[in-house]
Design a protein around this ligand. Sequence first.
Ligand code: FPP
Length: 247
Amino acid sequence: MSTIPRHLAVIMDGNGRWAQRRRRPRMIGHRAGARTVNLCIDFCLETGIEALTLFAFSSENWGRPEDEVGALMKLFLGALEREVDELDRRGVRIRFIGERERFAEAIRARMAAAEVQTASNTRLHLTIAASYGGRWDIAQAARSLARDVAAGRLDPEAIDETLLAARVALADLPAPDLFIRTGGDTRVSNFLLWQLAYTELWFTETLWPELDAATLRRALEDYASRERRFGLTGEQVAGTQPRENNE
Ligand code: FPP
């Protein structure tokens, strides 16, 4: 097993608290958080991580105060306008997962344009989860299979984990090896529920705007020290038989 995760999934939490501790509006925290997104992308490019999936906006975040949602949308649009050319130049493929229909047309158009512009890049697969929820993801995969059954293209008895896995988001990438959540909470919060089944989880108290490369390196060191068994025994994973106890 490689000691560098191939796919890193991140919940970027703590922007609001970072700003509130400085007696600044929450939006200042989100702006600082956008800079940490760049740092995290740089880190992946430097360490050779192949895929980075960031939870930018959850299905539940639509319920935040209207002015915060509006300001976040402006921030996303601005970041798309500013960053895409440079990411493209650096070989980053950008994609979005989530319920796109809920975004304004201007943002949807920018998302689609970023995906088209960077489609042939392979150095880093950057996925932004926006208006995304793990339960939504599983429901849309089930709906897609149900459509095939209703159209007579699929036998319901043929539905198994492999078929469902092919319809959830990120189906063409290896499952996340490492999940990082900043901000001190130790939950998955409806992020990639299906895809995280065997992912190593790592939590830090560090607020997202304060995250630095040294903390990311610590997460990678911890990941490298773990034994991933995927439900097997340690001996099986190591490729050795368990020693018989004859005594
Ligand atoms: C969670 O912090 C963060 C968000 C809901 C927004 C994430 C957005 C960014 C990091 C900015 C830019 C992103 C891109 C992709 C350009 P919180 O507000 O829940 O923090 P809190 O728990 O301290 O209140």
